[in-house]
Design a protein. Structure first.
Length: 151
């Protein structure tokens, strides 16, 4: 079990982040939406929690000067950047396109009957930086707590 500590730290961080999302969603909107447990986006970032816990756990277990820590840290930076930038702006683009389609329907007589215009899309794909930071902090805390339990 000790050898698998980095794996379990990362999985548990992801699970905690996902189960926290309905609580933070309720705090922000006063609406219970349990479906946020399985949603991407929102506070805290489960992607950031998972990779942060993995990197810290690898650093604690193998040493922060090890090659595997360097690889894991680089991997984490890519995932965190993607969550906060690429995926976030994809969500922004989806909202813009939806608004454009609505405006076209409302203000013109253009026929938008093609099924592509009825395609279900998610508005929230990525994270704002505060959500990413929350995931990073969560991942670090879980990695340290689990390290103290395993070692």
């Amino acid at each position: 079990m000790q050898d698998m500590y980095p794996f379990w730290a990362s999985v548990i961080s992801l699970a905690i982040a996902q189960f926290m999302k309905p609580l933070f969603h309720y705090h922000a909107t006063k609406e219970w939406t349990l479906s946020t447990i399985s949603a991407s986006g929102g506070f805290p970032s489960s992607h950031s929690a998972l990779v942060s816990a993995l990197s810290i756990a690898i650093g604690l277990q193998e040493s922060f000067t090890s090659t595997i820590f360097a690889v894991t840290a680089a991997f984490s930076v890519v995932i965190i950047y993607d969550a906060a930038n690429v995926r976030y702006y994809s969500g922004v683009n989806i909202r813009i396109v939806k608004q454009l389609i609505k405006d076209l329907k409302d203000q013109t007589s253009i026929d938008l009957s093609d099924p592509v215009y009825k395609e279900k899309t998610k508005d929230v794909l990525g994270h704002r930086w505060v959500e990413v930071f929350g995931g990073i902090v969560l991942g670090i805390i879980v990695a340290f707590i689990m390290y103290s339990l395993f070692y």
